[in-house]
Design a protein around this ligand. Structure first.
Ligand SMILES: NC(=O)c1ccc[n+]([C@@H]2O[C@H](COP(=O)([O-])OP(=O)(O)OC[C@H]3O[C@@H](n4cnc5c(N)ncnc54)[C@H](O)[C@@H]3O)[C@@H](O)[C@H]2O)c1
Ligand SMILES: [Fe+2]
Length: 384
């Protein structure tokens, strides 16, 4: 058995880390950037916090800010056009998973033009060249797209989320600056944070998990459990924001290399068909999926209970499993995640189409317990 582990070339952490950006650009000898971001980040001044550093250092850039949440094939195609017009030799991604994933699609196709239809990138594409170099600055604490080898793009024509897995897309540099996250509203802090918790738990129990990924995921679970309520309730408290910024990155280091499970498999169609924000979809499913997977991961659930501080001496394995499931459901509740699909406008008649996509999702085979389409239907129904 051979295990592969891929990480950024270099990464920076800590409030104010964006100030490293000019040094990085100069050290790598890049000439002109395409900045990939979204209109909200431009409007709320988050992108400006990074652009100010570029301006002060006289680094040239063009801006592409047409990324929409749950980005589409069209977003990527337009970004490629913007990159060519700019004659950029590198990309700076500023944003959540949507901006960073769009940047990955742009960077990959710029250097592998045979994939310019974008849809052929779904799954594990056989690209030959590395993406145009990407420097990624996350503004949400959730997806860890700054350190993963994945990107997720909506194929509008077929109404599905394409998960693209490609070691050539990993950003060369990640700059994880918690100050870029202070303005993230409460609801988004909660949902993106629960996305990170879902990565950590699914990455911990996924089929391909091993000692090295376990080491990262269990630490990420402990940190997210500790810091997410602080980040949600005290948005400018550096302890909570930096704790979450680092924790979601740690979760990403591991899940990017070992995969996820049926929670993400079921969450993707909820975004593609009903435009549910990714983190909300992941979080609402998590307690039910954890209970479903418990028989396949009991010993690891005991460790999750310990990491969340709810394990008590003398507990049986089953009691610890239940304590872990209950504590994750509790965390979701206290940060304000809805508990039922009906609260998102999803109805019983929508479930067959969701289940059809979920069983075929790239993440589903990583699930530790074998799962059928009937199981998936039952899981959706159980939280209707
Ligand atoms: N590449 C991966 O490995 C990976 C992993 C998980 C999810 N994803 C994908 O990432 C996408 C979701 O990304 P996301 O959850 O980070 O959200 P997002 O990037 O879609 O952003 C959501 C909203 O938050 C706003 N926002 C972001 N940062 C802000 C800030 N600091 N202040 C104020 N507003 C801010 C944005 O403008 C946007 O309107 C989905 O498409 C999902 O499938 C990718
Ligand atoms: Fe996710």
């Amino acid at each position: 058995m051979v295990n592969r582990f891929i990480l950024n070339e270099v990464s920076y952490f800590g409030p104010g880390a964006r100030k490293e950006l000019p040094n990085v650009v100069n050290r790598f000898g890049y000439k002109k950037a395409l900045v990939v971001t979204d209109k909200g980040l431009m409007k709320f001044g988050v992108a400006k916090m990074v652009l100010d550093e570029l301006d002060a250092a006289g680094i040239a850039y063009d801006i592409f800010d047409d990324v929409k949440p749950n980005p589409t094939v069209t977003n990527v195609k337009e970004g490629i056009g913007a990159c060519k017009t700019a004659e950029a030799d590198f990309i700076i991604a500023i944003g959540g998973g949507s901006a960073m994933d769009t940047a990955k699609g742009i960077g990959i196709v710029c250097n592998n033009p045979e994939f310019s239809d974008i849809v052929s990138l779904e799954g594990v594409a056989d690209t030959k060249k590395k993406s145009l170099p990407i420097i990624a600055l996350p503004t949400t604490a959730g997806t860890a797209a700054e350190t993963t080898i994945n990107y997720v793009i909506v194929d509008e024509e077929n109404q599905k989320k394409m998960v693209c897995v490609d070691p050539n897309d990993i950003p060369a540099v990640a700059i994880v600056d918690a100050e870029l996250m202070y303005s993230l509203p409460k609801g988004l802090t909660a949902s993106t944070g629960m996305d990170a918790m879902t990565h950590a738990i699914e990455g911990y129990i996924t089929k391909a998990a091993w000692e090295m990924s376990d080491m990262f995921e269990i630490k990420a679970i402990e940190m997210i459990h500790k810091y997410l309520p602080i980040a949600v309730n005290e948005p400018e408290n550096p302890e909570g924001r930096n704790g979450m910024a680092v924790a979601q990155y740690i979760a990403g280091m591991a899940f990017s290399n070992v995969g996820l499970g049926v929670d993400h498999g079921m969450a993707h169609p909820m975004s593609a068909l009903h435009d549910v924000p990714h983190g909300v979809a992941c979080a609402i499913l998590l307690p039910a999926v954890m209970r479903f997977n418990a028989p396949a991961a009991k010993e690891k659930y005991v460790e999750i209970a310990k990491a969340c501080g709810v394990y008590k001496d003398g507990m049986t394995v089953d009691q610890a499993v239940e304590a872990a499931c209950e504590e994750i459901a509790n965390l979701s509740r206290i940060v304000g995640i809805p508990a039922h699909l009906s609260e998102l406008g999803i109805k019983e008649e929508d479930i067959p189409a969701l289940a059809e996509q979920a069983i075929n999702d790239v993440c589903t085979p990583g699930n530790p317990r074998e799962v059928t389409k009937e199981d998936i239907i039952a899981l959706y129904k159980s939280i209707l």
